[in-house]
Design a protein around this ligand. Structure first.
Ligand code: NAD
Length: 497
């Protein structure tokens, strides 16, 4: 069959058997209460599966299983080389099941199949491989100390790590947590978003097949309540969260109300993309600026949702930008030719349309602005561009998490940097210039965890730490620094005589 056709993926979707139960202690189980929720496809609004709606009994069972596995040492006690081998098996199984996992991701979250097959699923497998490959190469330290002492600094797994993740890159964001956490020897309880739980449920079975022992990796689908139960749980040692800033704030409070578990937060963004008049390639910059906000329907924490353009090049640049935006045509995500899929659900669709309404009142609409393909039963919005005269307008300040771009005009570098930094967030930023000194100086002044120069969203490479300044969060996913989140440092002092 020809994988480049819509018919191929539609055929596979019809034949797909979808698992909706929780995965606890090495087996699939319904929620103890018997409760389920509908997994609805944003492609056409059809119900894909009934998914276990995990509550207190299920969360407790998953944490108990994770703790038991941790204490038994069936994973934490292995030589890192042995953990590596099993994690590599798991990643290989993800690659073997790439089409199936990508299809689940596309059906569940509305992401284009071309992206889930090339970015999401291979990216998750790569993350697991990367941490597997790293874990038997990072050792501790022998510190300079008094002659009568041997001083060791070692890293130990925390114990039970709970991961609560969002729906925009379901399996990829989850892998950024479970990759390093498992490599470091922890047990994991993963709570996927209620909007996109299917790929996480499926990879759990693959983990067991790969030789990761029962109890080490558990998946409890459910909504905010299940996340809250994990964040309040006294036997969870760490809560690794990716999601909205509002929920991140609650998670910190839950940790304070319970056992002061370690809390790591990857939160929202309103990232500035600054185009200076000496931009080396306006065509590439315009195409990239469109991709920065319209890729994945704008449902990206790093979305370049504020485009700052110098007044001297504004008109010519906006022509190119709108041309590039026209290339994003919302369509059936199962069609490999589709570059823009569906918004994840009705709630998010309404939220984005609400922002577009606000935008019409406070800014000038340059492109898009409408819901389309309503007859499909799915949730599609055109790529939308606003020219914003006040940089603190609602649409230019709040995270929309949809395909809505605010263009802001500036007259000097100082003004651009000031506007860029005038945000509650600090996840990412970009600057376009041909001047090396300007590039470095502006990059230094931008208060963001990632700064791109003459590009945007480069950095699929695991070597780059990823995370935010300010209310975009704390800690870093990816890179060896991620291991710091999932380990405690221990000083051991041995007196020789
Ligand atoms: P969200 O905060 O609504 O939900 C995230 C997760 O938290 C979900 O699993 C949800 O069920 C759970 N949750 C909801 N209420 C909870 C509560 N009271 N206690 C515990 N858990 C709770 O976010 P979302 O809508 O799923 O995702 C979009 C957000 O995620 C955006 O703000 C986006 O910027 C952010 N995000 C950040 C990154 C990053 O790396 N910085 C990456 C992707 C997405």
């Amino acid at each position: 069959m020809d994988k480049t056709t819509l018919a191929y993926w539609q055929g596979n979707a019809t034949a797909l058997a979808i698992e909706g139960r929780a995965f606890i202690d090495g087996e699939y189980r319904p929620a103890e209460s018997g409760r389920t929720f509908d997994s609805v496809s944003p492609i056409d609004g059809t119900v894909l599966a009934q998914v276990a709606d995990c509550g207190e009994a299920d969360v407790n069972a998953a944490v108990r299983a994770a703790r038991r596995a941790f204490e038994a040492g069936v994973w934490s006690g292995l030589n890192p080389r042995q953990r590596k081998a099993k994690l590599l098996n798991w990643a290989a199984l993800m690659r073997e099941h790439l089409d199936e996992l990508a299809l689940l991701e596309t059906l569940d979250a509305g992401k284009p199949i071309g992206d889930t097959t090339s970015v999401d699923v291979p990216g998750a497998a790569y993350c697991v491989e990367w941490f597997a490959e790293a874990i038997d190469k990072v050792g501790g330290e022998v510190v300079p100390a008094d002659h009568h002492l041997v001083g060791l600094v070692t890293r130990e797994p925390l114990g039970v790590v709970a991961a609560v993740v969002p729906w925009n890159f379901p399996i990829l964001m989850a892998s950024w947590k479970f990759g390093p956490a498992l490599a470091a020897g922890n047990s994991v309880v993963l709570k996927p978003s209620e909007k996109s739980p299917l790929s996480a449920i499926r990879v759990a079975q693959l983990a067991l097949e790969a030789g990761i022992p029962a109890g080490v990796f558990n998946v409890v689908p459910g909504g905010g309540e299940a996340g809250k139960l994990l964040a309040l749980h006294r036997d969870v040692d760490c809560l690794a969260f990716t999601g909205s800033t509002n929920v991140g704030k609650l998670i910190m409070q839950y940790a304070g109300q319970s056992n002061l578990k370690r809390v790591w937060l990857e939160l929202g963004g309103k990232s500035p993309n600054i185009v200076l008049p000496d931009c080396p390639d306006l065509d590439r910059a315009a195409k990239t600026a469109a991709g920065a906000i319209f890729y994945n329907m704008g449902e990206m924490c790093t979305a370049g949702s504020r485009l700052l353009v110098h007044r001297d090049i504004k008109d010519v640049f906006l022509d190119k930008l709108v041309d590039a935006a026209r290339g994003y045509i919302p369509g059936n995500p199962l069609d490999p030719k589709t570059s823009m899929g569906a918004i994840v659900d009705q709630l998010q669709l309404d939220r984005v349309l609400g922002y577009i309404e606000a935008g019409r009142a406070e800014a000038k609409l340059l492109h898009g602005g409408s819901r389309v393909q309503q007859e499909s039963g799915g949730f599609y919005i055109e790529p939308t561009v606003f020219d914003v005269s006040q940089h603190d307008a609602k649409i230019a300040r709040e995270e929309i998490f949809g395909p809505v771009l605010s263009v802001i005009t500036f007259d000097s570098i100082d003004e651009a940097v000031k506007i860029a930094n005038d945000s509650d967030y600090g996840l990412a930023a970009a600057v376009w210039t041909a001047n090396l000194t300007t590039a470095h100086e502006v990059a230094r002044r931008l208060r963001a965890g990632t700064v791109w120069v003459n590009c945007y969203d480069e950095g699929g490479d695991m070597n780059f730490p990823f995370g935010g300044y300010r209310q975009s969060g704390n800690g870093r996913d990816k890179s060896l620094h991620a291991l710091e989140k999932y380990t405690e440092l221990k000083s051991t002092l041995v007196r020789l005589r």
